[in-house]
Write a protein that binds this ligand. Structure first.
Ligand code: PLP
Length: 388
């Protein structure tokens, strides 16, 4: 039969994270630290609000952008927590951060448009751009996974990309944007003909006292689109609620894509998130503290094992280097899974810049983390013995 599929769709694949997760399902009893799915239940107040919304039959479409009271609450939250100013009519709720990203890319990209994407990075950026016929231009990061502004400047001048993707706190590395880099970036964006998509879905999980984002700058507000959501913050990955913020001239296009694709985000979950922003911030604080303890534990164990690793400052991932073991990241993770029944994601799933690394997701229970790191230690000891 002829292949009826779109060329662009043919050009992308299921994400390496999911591919590896599917492989893990074939190994009974394996410990999996593959997904970015916190192990906490959804905060009780949010669950109750969702149930109440169902019982009150609040199950119809909402406006395309979402409930006004929720968008007002998001606006207040962004202002108070991060000094980011978007009014309710500059915010559109979406089906997770994923839809926010794809709707935004769809609203902006013409075939052949160039998009600067960091490597390593969350795989959806590259695939979304390819899906829309855009051209991906990767920019590399420094050894500590922070921005290499000099390289970025050169790339922008040479390639003249339409879009720059930023993502802090970063999946898979846990890196943050520093004040200095933020200030320099703002200057660069001001000077260049470029629009920025800043994915800050992990902003509620930042372990430093200071938070910097290009979305804080009023000067370049019309050149920045902020993507975020509640999957990670409220530990509600399956409830599918995110949002995108942009000034009117861009939002009017994003909302058209959003409307024809999904109409609106799920009504009952919007009521849940509204309640969450008002009354579940203590739960968020608790989860963050727990993730920080887990980060400290995992980082400490990796250092004890002699692994080269950068301490993550946000999100719930750590991205150690495996370069000294002379195995590709795929081979390393495949062997670890079949020899020790431990699943972690090969760095190659995050693009060319991820090769030579592995991503450990530490949003799992301490018990699982202890077991997992014991297994990793055993595996590494055997690798080293075999080498000598
Ligand atoms: C950096 C980043 N952006 C966006 C998303 C998508 O989030 P959601 O599950 O809300 O669609 C994820 C999910 O892992 C992510 O890591």
């Amino acid at each position: 039969m002829s292949d009826f599929s779109s060329k662009n769709v043919n050009n992308i694949e299921i994400s390496g994270i999911r591919k590896f997760y599917n492989k893990v399902c074939q190994v009974p009893g394996a410990i999996s630290l593959t997904l970015g799915q916190p192990d906490f239940p959804v905060p009780l107040t949010i669950k109750e609000a969702i149930i109440k919304a169902i019982n009150e039959d609040k199950t119809t479409y909402t406006s395309n952008a979402g409930l006004l009271e929720l968008r007002e609450e998001i606006s207040t939250y962004l202002k108070n927590e991060f000094s980011i100013n978007y009014e309710a009519d500059e915010i559109c709720t979406t089906i997770g951060g994923s839809e926010a990203l794809l709707s935004t890319f769809t609203a902006l990209i013409n075939s052949g448009d160039k998009v600067l994407i960091p490597t390593p990075a969350y795989p959806a950026y590259e695939s979304s751009v390819k899906l829309l016929g855009g051209e991906v231009i990767n920019y590399e990061l420094k050894e500590d996974f922070t921005l290499n502004l000099e390289e970025l400047k050169i790339l922008i001048k040479e390639e003249k990309p339409k879009i720059l993707v930023l993502s802090f706190p970063t999946n898979p590395t846990g890196a943050l944007l520093s004040k200095e880099n933020k200030d320099n970036l703002v200057q660069l964006i001001k000077e260049e003909e470029i629009i920025v998509i800043s994915d800050e879905i992990y902003s509620a999980l930042c372990y430093s006292d200071e938070y910097y984002s290009v979305a804080q700058s009023e000067e370049i507000k019309n050149k920045v689109i902020l993507v975020s959501g509640f999957s990670k913050m409220f530990s509600m990955t399956g409830l599918r609620l995110g949002y995108v913020c942009a000034t009117e001239s861009i939002m009017k296009h994003i909302i058209k894509v959003h409307q024809y694709n999904v109409s609106c985000a799920p009504s009952i979950v919007q009521y849940g998130a509204y309640e969450g922003l008002k009354n579940a911030m203590e739960d968020v604080c608790f989860m963050k503290k727990e993730f920080q303890k887990r980060r400290d534990y995992v980082y400490g164990r990796l250092i004890e094992m002699g692994i080269d690793v950068v301490e993550p400052l946000g999100a719930f991932y750590i991205f150690p280097s495996i370069k000294k073991f002379n195995l590709s990241s795929d081979e390393f993770c495949h062997r670890l899974l079949f020899e020790k029944k431990l699943a972690i994601v090969p760095g190659s799933a995050f693009g060319v810049g991820g090769e030579g690394y592995i991503r450990i997701s530490y949003c799992y229970s301490m018990k699982q983390l202890v077991l997992a790191l014991d297994k990793l230690e055993e595996f590494l000891k055997e690798l080293v013995i075999l080498k000598h």
